[in-house]
Design a protein around this ligand. Structure first.
Ligand SMILES: [Cu+2]
Length: 82
C-alpha cells in the first residue's frame, strides 16, 4: 500500500503495474477513482492511498508526475521490486 500526499496538483503515474485507489483524503475513493489505474490525479492538499502488487518483473522502475512541466523539472522517482 502506498500513500501519496501533495501540496500541488500532480497527476502521478506509476510504471509497471496498475493499482486501485483505496481512499482519498481519509474517506472512500471518489467515483473517478474506480477501477484499475496507472495514474492518480491529486489536487492540492489531497492524499490518496492505493494498493499495488508487483509480481511480474524484478528491477528498477519509475513513477513520475504527468504534468509535462513537472516532468521537465525532474519530478520523478524510482522504486525497486525484488
Ligand atoms: Cu506534478
Amino acid at each position: 500500500m502506498w500513500r501519496f500526499v501533495t501540496d500541488f496538483h500532480h497527476p502521478v503515474h506509476l510504471h509497471l503495474n496498475h493499482f486501485q485507489v483505496l481512499s482519498r483524503n481519509g474517506g472512500p475513493p471518489g467515483p473517478f477513482d474506480a477501477g484499475w489505474k496507472d495514474t492518480v490525479d491529486l489536487r492540492p492538499a489531497e492524499a490518496v492511498e492505493l494498493a499495488v502488487r508487483f509480481t511480474d518483473h524484478v528491477g528498477t522502475f519509475m513513477l513520475h508526475c504527468h504534468n509535462l512541466e513537472h516532468e521537465d523539472m525532474a519530478m520523478m522517482g524510482d522504486f525497486v521490486t525484488v
